[in-house]
Design a protein around this ligand. Structure first.
Ligand code: ZN
Length: 162
């Protein structure tokens, strides 16, 4: 995949999809209370691709010259396939260096486990070696939570894109 990744603004109905895109390393703006007209403004000003289930919104976006992907159905793999096909993405990878925080879209940085000892359950502290922290909201990540489960998702996703 090229180093220049598209960024997204995701409509209020698609919170789970926004989280997946963030874990996959895509800068994805999401706010559950955002208005449709604001989505288009954000897309235009910040050059983000609008991801929406709303056909009218998608049409108005395209009229304004903002790229949008109209999402159909509720299957998350299928939804990302729709995005990938529309804007030409392939070979999704899990890269913890580029993954973004599911909470706030902040960047994750790896962190020495000794520094977060008091912030996570001791069982997890003992079992896990690698940890990451969101630079913005300070949420802590480890492989067993998000990235392991994501592995299977990404395999299925890439399979669908072949
Ligand atoms: Zn965060």
């Amino acid at each position: 995949m090229s180093t220049h990744k598209p960024s997204f603004v995701v409509d209020a109905m698609l919170g789970n999809l926004a989280k997946k895109l963030r874990l996959l390393g895509y800068d994805s703006k999401y706010d559950s209370s955002v208005e449709d007209s604001d989505l288009i403004k954000i897309g235009e000003k910040q050059r983000r691709v609008i991801v929406t289930k709303d056909e009218n919104l998608s049409k108005s976006a395209e009229k304004t010259g903002v790229m949008s992907v109209l999402i159909r159905g509720n299957d998350e793999i299928e939804q990302i396939v729709q995005i990938a096909k529309k804007i030409g993405l392939s070979d999704f990878i899990i890269d913890t260096n580029s993954a973004r925080c599911v909470n706030c879209n902040g960047k994750l940085g790896s962190i020495d486990k000794i520094r977060i000892m008091n912030k996570i359950p001791s069982g997890i502290y003992e079992r896990q070696e690698k940890f990451w922290m969101c630079n913005d909201c300070k949420k802590i990540y480890w492989e067993g939570t998000h990235f392991e489960k994501l592995q299977e998702f990404v395999q299925k996703l890439n399979q669908r894109l072949k």
